[in-house]
Design a protein around this ligand. Structure first.
Ligand code: NAP
Length: 248
């Protein structure tokens, strides 16, 4: 059966590493992005040049109409979806709770939580054996912040990731008898551009000596974990939350 994967927020970072690795493992890939069309198209071109199949689709996955258009494009251009990686995530400027505006809280929770619900809903409708689908896999990106709470920097982001842990547990049980496995990866500090969005581009290098392995992680190390959770090698694993954080 053709393997078709959608990775949300995959123009850079962990999403881009996952999309590229998935292609090299035989998936047809939908790259999704919000703003950076150039980066998404560069990745699409690389995959095609390597002999893979890929499309790049602009869509704000926190907006329901965009999500529906995104999934319909996958249906039409790649075929039935077999894997979804809910990867988008945003950080805002580091601050304490007393400085957080309601607009910021809405942005963080809409992007980091609502989008995972909207995309999973579309994926389940297509994959569920109860509605004629072939089954499939969903992997959610949480964060080590869900365990430590990120005090003084972004408790909003940490709380949004806590919601994803719980959503993984609930949805995995809801669809377990319908051929769909739902799992979650909780990365620690990974070398990507997300830290610059929080106003702290050097965060991983500055803090990596606190990690028991004494280093930050690479996006490819998270991609490996995600792809294992989507593979037949993890066929009896669902509702799992895997820490990939250098023993933190
Ligand atoms: P990143 O480098 O900041 O990349 C974010 C990606 O999401 C970009 O491709 C961006 O697209 C896209 N995006 C943002 N909002 C979007 C929206 N509304 N609709 C569609 N795409 C959107 O992030 P990352 O560090 O790779 O993180 C990936 C995931 O891992 C996130 O969920 C993050 O919370 C989680 N995580 C990361 C770390 C870490 O240390 N890096 C640690 C723990 C957990 P454009 O470029 O087009 O704007």
């Amino acid at each position: 059966m053709k393997q078709v994967i959608l990775v949300t927020g995959s123009s850079r970072g962990i999403g881009a590493a996952t999309a590229l690795m998935a292609s090299r493992r035989g998936y047809a890939v939908c790259i999704n992005y919000l703003n950076d069309a150039q980066a998404a198209d560069k990745l699409r071109a690389q995959i095609v040049a390597e002999g893979g199949e890929a499309i790049a689709v602009q869509a704000d996955v926190s907006v329901e109409a965009d999500v529906q258009r995104l999934f319909e494009t996958v249906d039409e251009e790649l075929g039935p979806l077999t894997a979804l990686v809910n990867n988008v995530g945003v950080l805002e400027q580091q601050c304490r709770l007393t400085e957080m505006s309601v607009e910021r809280l809405q942005r963080v929770f809409t992007t980091n939580v609502i989008s995972y619900f909207l995309c999973s809903k579309e994926a389940v409708k297509r994959m569920s054996t109860a509605s004629g689908g072939q089954g499939g896999g969903i992997v959610n990106l949480s964060s080590g912040a869900a365990k430590h709470g990120a005090p003084n920097v972004y408790i909003d982001y940490a709380s949004s990731k806590g919601a994803i842990d719980v959503m993984t547990l609930g949805l995995s049980k809801e669809v377990a008898a319908e051929g769909i496995r739902v799992n979650c990866v909780r990365p620690g500090m990974i070398y990507t551009d997300i830290h610059a969005s929080g106003g702290d581009p050097g965060r991983v290098a500055r803090l990596e000596s606190n990690v028991p392995m004494l280093r930050g992680g690479q996006p490819e190390e998270i991609a490996e974990t995600i792809l294992w959770l989507l593979s037949p090698q993890s066929s009896y694993v669902s509702g799992a939350i895997i820490d990939a954080a250098g023993a933190r």
